[in-house]
Design a binder for this molecule. Structure first.
Ligand code: DGY
Length: 324
């Protein structure tokens, strides 16, 4: 009989979702509800919509904790349409036999590209230059106007040498940068032409420090006042990981007092960051709205992978990409 496989709730319409659902036969076999409201469903709405579901497809903004899982005892799979899964209590899911899927690999290049978009924008004052022109403040070519930092020969420190960190390192080699990373084997370092250093040296020696670590208890506010104090005074901090990896108050102080030169943030704490947040007002802080994976290609591939994980999970098959 059609549609008798159980209920599925999808918390956001994503690119090529209908095609992916059809490809896996989910529309025909399950009762699928897609949230079409503006923005994310509230936690209460999410809980209400999840009632009786065997699978849910979530985004990074959907908090899924143990209490949620206990309130939805029918749940077999949580399929996250992202590589990061810090919004989901993985251990609680494992204890309850709920598989958690995620989408590694397909957004690596998009995120590495965005890292360089921010790095270059910060190094070369791209946004300040565009703002100057738009405001009618450009009086003509000036030999000292908005002088930036060269990438060639500069040191890029990578904190989090996983798929994305490694791809950023390859991009950096193309810019003739010296690359440092933390926690990698000597073999890997030699193979990638990257210098392995400890955390303190990474902070002290980097002209650009790029963050790619997952958010876990041990990485929460890893970049705090003490870490920022070790960085060079003209260093730029790029955060592509999660906002909570950086202590926002300490970062504000470091940027405001000139302890570090600049920051370019794809992610913030909180998200969204309010327009009147002190960091937003700083001229040496560039913030974009969590765009790391925001290409048509990456988001389509993420949808396909998330739907494949969902389909496998609700059918009791191994997930192509399981996070727990
Ligand atoms: C991820 O995948 O974790 C990104 O932050 C959202 O695309």
């Amino acid at each position: 009989m059609a549609n008798d496989g159980g209920k599925l709730f999808i918390t956001r319409r994503t690119i090529s979702l209908d095609e992916a659902l059809a490809q896996h036969g989910l529309m025909a076999a399950f009762q699928v509800e897609i949230w079409e409201g503006e923005g994310a469903p509230s936690p209460a709405t999410l809980l209400e919509k999840a009632q009786g579901c065997v699978g849910i497809l979530t985004q990074v903004v959907d908090p899924i904790d143990a209490a949620f899982m206990d309130a939805v005892p029918t749940l077999r799979v949580i399929s996250q349409c992202a590589v990061g899964v810090n919004n989901i209590d993985l251990a609680a899911a494992r204890e309850r036999g709920i598989a958690v899927g995620h989408t590694p690999g397909v957004l690596t290049d998009a995120t590495a590209d965005m890292t360089f978009a921010l790095l270059l924008a910060a190094a070369r004052h791209v946004v300040a230059g565009a703002d100057l022109v738009r405001a009618g403040g450009w009086r003509g070519w000036e030999p000292m106007l908005l002088l930036g930092k060269a990438l060639q020969g500069a040191t890029l420190g990578i904190l989090g040498y996983g798929r994305i960190g490694q791809t950023v390192a390859r991009r950096a080699k193309g810019f003739d940068m010296r690359v440092l990373a933390h926690r990698l084997s000597p073999e890997r370092a030699a193979q990638d032409g990257v210098t392995a250093v400890d955390f303190e040296a990474l902070l002290r020696e980097s002209d650009f420090l790029s963050l790619h670590v997952p958010l876990r208890p041990e990485t929460h506010h890893l970049i705090d006042a003490a870490a920022l104090a070790l960085m060079k005074r003209d260093a730029a901090l790029i955060n592509m990981a999660r906002g909570e990896v950086v202590d926002p108050q300490a970062l504000y102080k470091a940027l405001h007092t000139g302890q570090i030169g600049m920051a370019a943030l794809d992610v913030t704490e909180p998200e969204p960051i309010p327009a009147d947040h002190p960091l937003v007002g700083l001229p040496n802080c560039l913030i974009v709205p969590h765009l790391g994976s925001a290409t048509v290609q990456a988001r389509r591939a993420m949808t396909q992978l998330a739907v494949a994980n969902l389909a496998a999970g609700v059918r009791g098959e191994p997930l192509p990409h399981r996070a727990n």
